[in-house]
Design a protein around this ligand. Structure first.
Ligand SMILES: [Zn+2]
Ligand SMILES: [Zn+2]
Length: 145
């Protein structure tokens, strides 16, 4: 089953009416390489139908995030990036000097997740995390304080 159909089926199972706009939004996310912004989704959907506005995109994205079908993260460029849960949990290291984004091994976060559950009874949303910092190249170039 294509990935967009999996998402659409999950939305239906949760009892949500599937408007053509919602279906197009889901398709845009499912067919995006990995991350996509609300604005990019809007452009894609608008090229297929005039009957859409950015508020519909945001409302649908909120719904998809709430249902755990999509996750979002801030990669330090002032935009919110959305990814389908199909991509699985992952973690980004974002350099605040050059803006480069490196993927980190998600397994590194599992002990943190476990400790937070044990010590605080807290279930953390670590499945799509962006960690700000300074990359190796910038450390050697700029010697930041
Ligand atoms: Zn850097
Ligand atoms: Zn991501």
């Amino acid at each position: 089953m294509p990935h967009c159909h999996t998402l659409i089926a999950a939305l239906r199972r949760s009892g949500y009416r599937l408007t053509p706009q919602r279906e197009m939004i889901v398709e845009a996310i499912a067919h995006a390489g990995r991350h996509i912004t609300a604005e990019e989704i809007f452009e894609q959907v608008r090229s297929r139908t005039g009957a859409v506005n950015i508020a519909t995109i945001y409302r649908t994205l909120d719904l998809l995030v709430e249902l755990g079908l999509v996750s979002c993260t801030d990669l330090g460029d002032g935009k919110i990036w959305y990814a389908s849960s199909h991509h699985g949990p992952h973690c980004h290291l974002v350099c605040r000097y050059c803006g480069c984004v490196t993927e980190a091994d998600y397994a590194l976060l599992i002990p943190i997740d476990e400790r937070l559950r044990e010590q605080y009874g807290f279930v953390a949303d670590l499945h799509h995390l962006a960690i700000p910092g300074v990359c190796a190249a910038c450390q050697s170039k700029t010697n930041p304080r």
